[in-house]
Design a binder for this molecule. Structure first.
Ligand code: AMP
Ligand code: ZN
Length: 136
């Protein structure tokens, strides 16, 4: 499960260096080269899956367990004041590397300003319709 043109596949194969924080059979955790904050790391499955839609459910579960473990450890070591765990799928959602990964971003009281979305407003009717349509 490798994509020859994928930078994360090359990192997993050891062809491009990375600062590895954790590694097992299924995952690599490494520092992000363009960190949003000190300690920003990425959880990367070793097999190539483009995004959340391709990622098998079992690996998705394992990735979240690993995120909890890493966030707990990183918070202790870094003494950060908050923590974002996020994950982008598709260009429109900000994905730039098309090999699934999860961002682990420590946040600090006096750190970089966080960029948040602007809240939208939809009518009650639209919200009701959406809720109905999206029920699983
Ligand atoms: P995304 O925009 O969610 O696809 O995130 C891609 C992330 O990968 C960005 O935060 C980049 O800084 C990071 N990145 C790109 N190339 C490398 C690399 N060679 N080693 C570590 N992180 C990288
Ligand atoms: Zn890949």
């Amino acid at each position: 499960m490798r994509d020859e043109n994928c930078i994360f596949c090359k990192i997993v194969a050891g062809e491009i260096p990375s600062r590895t924080l954790f590694e097992d059979e299924d995952f690599k955790v490494m520092l992000d080269v363009g960190p949003a904050a000190k300690g920003h790391a990425l959880i990367v499955p070793k097999a190539h899956y483009t995004d959340i839609y391709e990622l098998p459910s079992e690996l998705a579960g394992e990735a979240m367990k690993l995120a909890k473990r890493m966030a707990t450890h990183m918070t202790t070591v870094l003494g950060c004041d908050g923590f974002n765990i996020l994950q982008n799928n598709g260009v429109e959602a900000g994905q730039t590397v098309f090999h699934y990964h999860m961002h682990l971003i420590p946040r600090y009281k006096d750190g970089n300003e966080m960029i948040l979305w602007k809240a939208n407003q939809f009518s009650d009717a639209e919200m009701d319709e959406l809720a109905e349509k999206l029920k699983v």
